[in-house]
Design a protein around this ligand. Structure first.
Ligand code: 8X3
Length: 252
């Protein structure tokens, strides 16, 4: 029986690359994201690699959307082996004392923290019932060190680490692994979103250095989920060779 991997935020960036590399590695896929058209394109590409793929529009911020998504996926495949909690974002770089509107904070917390918790609580019982599972949470180096202008994004990624650790403790005794993959600078739409669509500002983030790619992170996720069942890669911190720490970047 092929293993089934569920990926959130699967329509672009790390989620899309992970879906395609999981298809290469022989997994069937449940893919969710807010944009159906881009999701369909990823599904077609994964099917061409031999994967059975089920897709549905998913907004992890919505309890109704997440509940429907997980129930329908379970009805389709019968079980979920891998959950990649990838959906997440950073918006803005405003300092706390200069922030005048709380919407950006709420969106980050709702997506990166509540969304991750929600998907986990809906899927892990299916894994317990099935007797196998692996939860991969997308963290960040921002979850290890905070920086000016990143307070809330960093807080969500510190939260992700706390949730991953607590979950690992809670699942002790069950054959379910929990891995946190914590990248530094990865060039995707991440910075474009953070800078409200300003491509020029986003490009400056990676200027003169070689960032990680979505494919680099997908490669690590696939490595983690294809280890033997008794091997749990706990926390994987990965940075570009050109980055020694937050804000410490070698540029040519
Ligand atoms: C993204 C890494 O350095 O932009 O999670 O916070 S950073």
């Amino acid at each position: 029986m092929k293993k089934v991997a569920m990926v959130t935020g699967a329509s672009n960036g790390i989620g899309k690359a992970t879906a395609l590399q999981l298809a290469d590695a022989g997994f069937d896929l449940v893919l969710g994201a807010r944009n159906r058209d881009r999701l369909s394109e990823v599904a077609t590409a994964a099917q061409a690699k031999g994967a059975a793929v089920w897709i549905e529009v998913l907004d992890v911020r919505s309890l109704d959307s997440a509940t429907h998504f997980v129930e329908a996926a379970k009805n389709h495949f019968g079980h979920i082996d891998i959950l990649v909690n990838n959906a997440g974002l950073a918006i803005g770089t405003t300092k706390i004392a200069e922030q005048t509107d709380e919407t950006e904070w709420e969106t980050m917390i709702d997506t990166n923290v509540m969304g991750l918790l929600r998907m986990t609580r809906l899927v892990v019982p299916l894994m317990i019932e099935h007797g196998y599972g692996h939860v991969v949470n997308l963290g960040s180096t921002a979850g290890h060190d905070a920086y000016a202008g990143g307070s809330v994004y960093c807080a969500t990624k510190f939260s992700e680490r706390a949730i991953s650790t607590a979950l690992r403790h809670e699942l002790l005794g069950h054959p379910i692994r929990v891995t946190s993959v914590d990248p530094g600078m990865v060039e995707t739409d991440f910075s474009v979103t953070r800078f409200h669509g300003d491509q020029h500002k986003a490009d400056q983030v990676y200027q003169g250095m070689t960032p990680l790619t979505a494919e680099d992170i997908a490669d690590i996720i696939v490595f983690a989920v294809t280890r033997k069942a008794h091997v749990d890669l706990d926390t994987i911190i990965v940075r570009p060779t050109d980055q020694a720490g937050n804000g410490l970047v070698h540029r040519r």
